[in-house]
Design a protein around this ligand. Structure first.
Ligand SMILES: Nc1ncnc2c1ncn2[C@@H]1O[C@H](COP(=O)(O)OP(=O)(O)OP(=O)(O)O)[C@@H](O)[C@H]1O
Ligand SMILES: [Mg+2]
Length: 454
């Protein structure tokens, strides 16, 4: 554990038996932590909470699953308790699902103090969000684009009295993709405010950080030797690109009974892979940016409730999502930005649990893979397989490929003719209805017996 010189306490000493009360947390919030079964503060919470309570701007850097949400939510709730005020804090997050999750955490911690939160994200109805805003919640959790939309178009809504700005996944929020929106937001909130930045990876570019206009920030850095979690068992598999699918099916079979998150590079490949696995009888559900927001949330809910054992997604699910039961992360397509690797594999092995991550490396991915190893300062072991065992699946997978091709074409045709929402069987082309079951049955008749639950 490392910390800045600005911290007076020896961080090593703080490891033992620090309580929430010791950090300066008031009784009602200590009670809330207890109810969530958070017995003692995590490292980042120990270090960041006292500083935030003192009114400092904080840059908090700590590994995935280490409790960063609590590290900013608790002191903000406490400040709110001392100074109850509408539009008190704004939490910016890069994805919609993460916004909902953070809101849930605020509500769980702040239930006894009656905190009112509002989630303002794209893909949902503007009007009903405007009504929610009119009720003047204490805490707004938003994705930048939709918030700007409301700042510009919703009468009577402004953030001129805001006291706290949090950028969760700050390096992502300060990235070019959100530049215009974030600048617009920063222009209409008070300069006299506290700013908190949190992430498992942080930009070293001072210029980028300056955009957040922090005031004498204190950097709190809590990490293990590597940027990935100690209890995460990581490996890679080196295979020809054309056999990726068959290896994926083999691994899912071999590790059946676990809960998987599989990452793909594009929406299209996410959908294709989901259809493929469903054709082969796996309980797989896709999550990507071309799905409607309701479908996205429904997919996540099913996976969270363990009704589906495989979630296949783009990087839209790579950051922040906290689904404790995820056992295995598979990088089916290698991440192009090495930092995304850290976030993706951090969907498992959270809060002290163990987990596994397997990264597919093909002949085209060697350079990207080397960059990842460099970033995490670690050489990963090879995931071993018996080639002949894998290849017996080839025929079945090829057959499923043919089905998927037809389904994908069907989906395309439907899109073109504008019938996307009225397929026979009643399902959307990208949803989690049972549209592929007919095909699956046909495939299932010929082989793959029994054990597959996912
Ligand atoms: N003090 C604590 N004791 C026990 N569990 C905790 C504590 N604080 C947080 N948790 C739990 O740990 C899990 C991970 O927390 P959280 O999502 O805040 O991690 P994170 O650091 O934000 O990770 P990521 O970088 O992936 O966003 C959550 O399920 C949360 O409820
Ligand atoms: Mg987080």
């Amino acid at each position: 554990m490392a910390s800045t010189s600005a911290l007076e306490i020896d961080p090593e000493e703080t490891v033992v038996d620090v309580t929430w009360k010791d950090l300066g947390i008031v009784d009602s919030l200590c009670q809330a932590c207890e109810e969530l079964k958070w017995k003692t503060p995590s490292k980042i919470q120990k270090e960041a909470i006292p500083l935030t309570l003192q009114g400092k701007d904080v840059i908090g850097l700590a590994e995935t699953g280490s409790g960063k949400t609590g590290a900013f939510a608790l002191p903000i709730l406490q400040a709110l308790l001392e100074n109850p005020q509408r539009y008190f804090a704004l939490i910016l997050t890069p994805t919609r699902e993460l916004a909902f999750q953070i809101s849930e955490q605020f509500e769980a911690l702040g239930a006894s103090i009656g905190v009112k939160c509002a989630v303002i994200v794209g893909g949902m109805d503007m009007m009903s969000q405007a009504l929610t805003l009119a009720k003047k919640p204490h805490i707004l959790i938003a994705t930048p684009g939709r918030l700007v939309d409301h700042l510009e178009n919703t009468k009577g809504f402004n953030l001129r009295s805001l006291k706290y700005l949090v950028m969760d996944e700050a390096d992502r929020i300060l990235n070019m993709d959100f530049e215009v929106e974030v600048d617009k937001i920063l222009r209409v909130i008070p300069r006299e405010r506290r700013t908190l930045l949190f992430s498992a990876t942080m930009t070293k570019k001072v210029q980028k950080l300056q955009r957040a206009s922090l005031q004498n920030p204190i950097k709190v850095e809590v990490s293990t030797k590597y940027q990935t979690v100690e209890k995460l068992q990581q490996s890679y598999i080196f295979i020809p690109a054309k056999f990726k699918d068959v290896y994926l099916v083999h691994i899912l079979n071999e590790l059946a009974g676990n809960s998987f998150m599989i990452f793909c590079a594009t929406c299209n490949n996410t959908l294709r892979t989901a259809l493929l696995l469903r054709n082969l009888g796996f309980m797989a559900v896709p999550l990507h940016g071309q799905m409607s927001q309701n479908k996205r949330l429904a997919a996540l809910t099913k996976f969270k409730a363990k009704n589906r054992s495989v979630l296949i997604s783009t990087d839209v699910a790579s950051r922040g999502l906290d689904i404790p039961h995820v056992d295995i992360v598979i990088n089916f397509d290698i991440p192009t930005h090495s930092k995304d690797y850290i976030h993706r594999v951090g969907r498992t092995a959270r809060a002290g649990r163990s987990g596994r991550a397997i990264t597919f490396v093909t002949q085209y991915d060697v350079e990207l893979y080397q960059r990842i190893e460099q970033l995490i300062s670690k050489k990963l072991p090879l995931y071993t397989t018996q080639e002949d065992e894998v290849m017996v699946l080839q025929e079945r997978v090829s057959e499923a490929h043919r089905m998927v091709k037809m389904e994908m074409k069907d989906i395309e045709d439907n899109k073109k003719s504008g019938k996307g929402k009225k397929r026979k069987g009643g399902g959307d082309n990208d949803d989690d209805t049972e549209q592929s079951i007919g095909v699956r049955k046909r495939v299932k008749g010929k082989g793959f017996k029994g054990k597959r639950k996912g």
